[in-house]
Design a protein around this ligand. Structure first.
Ligand SMILES: [Zn+2]
Length: 334
């Protein structure tokens, strides 16, 4: 697979192929941008291009032994470090100091088969503090012939000293067209689902593939109705809503994402009346009518409340209490 075979991300591809061509590849990169838009794929493609036996102008050949080994994860000079969960009940994995030490040990040797040692640290913001401090030493004094690539959806969670050591490459959400092309290569997505899935994906492949995506999208009208009518006068409705959704914990992240996007759209409709900026274009008329009944400050307060709820739920917050708290806060906004 050459750079051109990776869909979307034209600017990052251009930056990296130019650096390869001019032999100015940096010691360390930070690929940052939304989840599931091709950061890891492009990092591994860079690793292939640096070590390919028969590289072309467009990057790696994808067929030589080196490219195949990198694809299979068996190349001795290319390491991929990803967060692991310490136990099955832990919600979010972490990168720990032992993982970083293991990587540092591998980087301590000269390249064994290839021209470069490449280390890809995926979701680098999930390094805990101890791991991050240890990793910083490697960035400060990188071993020779080594390229380190960090990927992060949330670069603000990285130590500033780590960020400042890396050349940043920004990734954007993929276009609907790119998502549709990716979906067309999947047997588990039917042809008629490609367009609605792409439209609801926010440019992220994992969202486009979410089994619950279309069903949750159908809840948009219900969510708009809730935004429109939520009130202290009908607390019974509110508690019923939270009771139902707290039982659907696996679908909750997608539902809260939809709620965030609807509130974002309402804020756009209210503040600049530019329907070109809204994401739920098929709901334009409905959004206009809900926005007309709300104040911009109220919509922004709701938006902030959803984000706080998402943050609380990414920890170990009680789902029903977090949702109730969010809706009670909605009631106090106008
Ligand atoms: Zn190759």
């Amino acid at each position: 697979m050459a750079f051109k075979d990776i869909l979307g991300q034209d600017l990052p591809k251009q930056i990296l192929s130019q650096a390869l061509k001019n032999q100015t590849v940096a010691n360390s990169y930070l690929f940052y941008g939304p989840e599931s838009v091709g950061k890891k794929l492009l990092a591994l493609e860079l690793a292939k291009s640096l070590n390919c036996g028969e590289p072309g102008l467009g990057g790696s050949c994808g067929a030589c032994i080196s490219c195949q080994k990198i694809q299979q994860g068996t190349h001795p000079d290319v390491s991929l470090l990803e967060p692991s969960k310490s136990s099955p009940t832990v919600r979010e994995g972490a990168i720990r100091i032992d993982d970083v030490r293991g990587l540092q040990k591998k980087l301590g040797f000269l390249p064994y088969e290839g021209a470069f040692k490449v280390a890809v640290v995926n979701d680098a913001e999930l390094m805990n503090l101890q791991a991050a401090n240890s990793f910083l030493k490697t960035l400060e004094d990188p071993p020779g012939q080594t390229v380190i690539i960090l990927t992060a959806a949330n670069p603000f969670k990285l130590l500033p000293t780590i960020v400042s050591r890396c050349q940043g490459v920004k990734f954007h959400p993929l276009s609907n067209e790119a998502i549709k092309n990716i979906l067309s290569g999947r047997e588990d997505v039917s042809a008629e689902e490609r367009t609605p899935r792409a439209a609801l994906s926010q440019g992220q492949v994992n969202r486009a593939l979410d089994p619950d995506l279309l069903e949750v999208a159908q809840c948009r009208e219900g969510l708009l109705h809730m935004i429109e009518t939520v009130s202290f006068k009908r607390v019974d409705v509110l508690f019923e809503w939270t009771r139902i959704w707290s039982k659907n914990a696996s679908r909750l992240p997608t539902l809260l994402d939809q709620l965030t996007v609807l509130l974002r759209d309402l804020a756009y409709v209210k503040s600049c009346d530019d329907s070109g900026l809204i994401k739920n274009r098929d709901l334009n008329a409905r959004l206009q009518s809900v926005a007309a009944k709300k104040k911009l400050s109220g919509i922004l307060n709701m938006f902030e409340n959803v984000q706080q709820t998402q943050l609380a739920l990414s920890g170990n917050a009680n789902v029903q209490l977090a949702l109730e708290n969010m809706l009670l806060n909605f009631c106090s906004t106008h």
